[in-house]
Design a protein around this ligand. Sequence first.
Ligand SMILES: NC(=O)c1ccc[n+]([C@@H]2O[C@H](COP(=O)([O-])OP(=O)(O)OC[C@H]3O[C@@H](n4cnc5c(N)ncnc54)[C@H](O)[C@@H]3O)[C@@H](O)[C@H]2O)c1
Length: 251
Amino acid sequence: MSFSNKNVLITGAASGIGKTTALLFAEKGATIIVVDINEDGGQETVAEIEEIGGTAYFYQVDQSDQHAVQQLFVAVKEKVGQVHIAVNNAGILGQYVPTHIYPANDWHRVIGVNLNGVFYCMQMELAMMLEQGGGAIINVASVAGLKAMPYASAYAASKHALIGLTKSAALEYAKKNIRINAVCPVFTQTPMLDDNVQGQEQQKEKFRKLIPSRQFAKPKDIANAILWLADGQTAYVTGISLPVDGGLMAS
Ligand SMILES: NC(=O)c1ccc[n+]([C@@H]2O[C@H](COP(=O)([O-])OP(=O)(O)OC[C@H]3O[C@@H](n4cnc5c(N)ncnc54)[C@H](O)[C@@H]3O)[C@@H](O)[C@H]2O)c1
């Protein structure tokens, strides 16, 4: 798999799955546009890409801010011209509490980042890709977009909606040489998992036991699936929501 001469934009690339995906694409020759709300982490990803001889540019953006996303794409177009592959990966888990006491502000924040933010990015990505004559978009959803995640209702709602958005857009642009797919990771060893179940070993153990393979995914497991969906070899694949889940969805 080679991504030489490809520009890859990745949101949430300061950490976890996004960062690992950025480094893997860079190893395979792509130029990376690192997008994140976290400036220090974003700059660190750029530095690590440069250390392995790659090229990357960082843009600090809160993707729930439509205007900021629009400005981002104007700047990116000026810098690199085209975006061949876009990985809409940034996301937050939000609170882990029963629905009847889920704070409305947190609900709006989770939907604002995980759903509205991806919608704002996709609008700009699609406009660029239509002009270019093609491209590939990979949205990072979750197994919580395919089945329930009790006590994380905002997160599950945002990821279910993201899959609906992915499928609908995939059909709209299938004739335009733009492929749109989603990956659906199970619990993955990133700060998102570590920060939310830190010190709660029992809870972490419960999550691990839900997975038929009895192992949390590693960021590289998810990154490999993203690169597979971005590759020209999968040019006939569009509109899928691919579980990367140690067998969870089959159970
Ligand atoms: N870790 C898991 O168990 C797991 C499981 C399924 C799906 N996912 C999904 O994978 C994606 C990546 O998560 P991760 O596990 O790598 O988490 P992470 O917390 O390590 O990384 C998420 C990144 O998104 C960035 N981000 C958050 N809000 C943002 C915003 N408003 N604008 C721009 N950037 C923002 C963060 O700064 C961070 O760098 C998310 O969409 C998440 O829902 C994660």
